[in-house]
Write a protein that binds this ligand. Structure first.
Ligand SMILES: [Zn+2]
Ligand SMILES: [Zn+2]
Length: 173
C-alpha cells in the first residue's frame, strides 16, 4: 500500500490525485488480507491529506464455533501525512510535535498500511461471529452444533441423576 508521492509534493497546495486500489496484503501481522477502494490525496501546506473509502477483508475466528471465516468491512481513512525530507531541498523537515502523526518516508513513499491497520482494528467487533445466529460448539461434547445438534442437552434425565433419583425414591419408601 505504498505510493510514491514525490511528484505530488512538488506541486502547489490543493493539487490532488484520485485513484482506485485493489491489492492483497501479504503480512501475517496485518489484520487485513485484501483491500480495495478509492483514494484521494491532496497536497496541503505541510504534507498530504489522504481520504480513502476502503473495503477490507479480514480473516477471523468465530468466538462461538471457532471456525475461520472472512469478514469484509467498509472503512474510511482521513489522515494527514507529513514528509520527513523536503522533496525540493533534501533537508530534514521539522516534524509536528505529535506522536500519532503519520509520516512519508525519506524516499517519498506514503504507506497506507499502518493507517488501515489502526482503523480496521478500531472497527472490528470484539466477539466476532461467523454469522449472527451461530449456535457455537457444545460445551459437553465439543461438536459444532451448526452442523446438527448433539444429544447432550436432549436426554431427559442424565443416567447419573437417574441413579440418584432411584436412591431418593428408596429412602422415601
Ligand atoms: Zn460460528
Ligand atoms: Zn454435545
Amino acid at each position: 500500500m505504498k505510493y510514491n508521492v514525490a511528484q505530488l509534493l512538488k506541486e502547489a497546495i490543493g493539487s490532488h490525485r484520485n485513484f482506485d486500489i485493489e491489492e492483497d496484503i501479504c503480512d501475517a501481522d496485518h489484520p487485513v488480507e485484501h483491500v480495495r477502494g478509492s483514494v484521494d490525496m491532496v497536497r496541503t501546506h505541510q504534507g498530504i491529506w489522504v481520504q480513502a473509502q476502503l473495503d477490507v477483508r479480514v480473516p477471523q475466528d468465530c468466538s462461538r464455533c471457532l471456525e475461520d471465516f472472512s469478514r469484509t468491512l467498509s472503512i474510511e481513512l482521513d489522515e494527514e501525512f507529513f514528509p520527513e525530507i523536503d522533496v525540493k531541498t533534501g533537508a530534514r523537515v521539522l516534524l509536528p510535535d505529535d506522536w500519532e502523526a503519520l509520516y512519508i518516508s525519506p524516499d517519498h513513499n506514503l504507506d497506507l498500511a499502518e493507517a488501515t491497520r489502526q482503523v480496521t482494528l478500531a472497527t472490528l467487533p470484539l466477539k466476532p461471529l461467523c454469522r449472527p445466529d451461530c449456535v457455537g460448539i457444545c460445551d459437553r461434547c465439543g461438536r459444532d452444533r451448526n452442523n446438527g445438534s448433539c444429544d447432550c442437552y436432549n436426554r431427559e434425565i442424565d443416567p447419573r441423576w437417574a441413579a440418584l433419583r432411584s436412591l431418593m425414591d428408596d429412602q422415601q419408601t
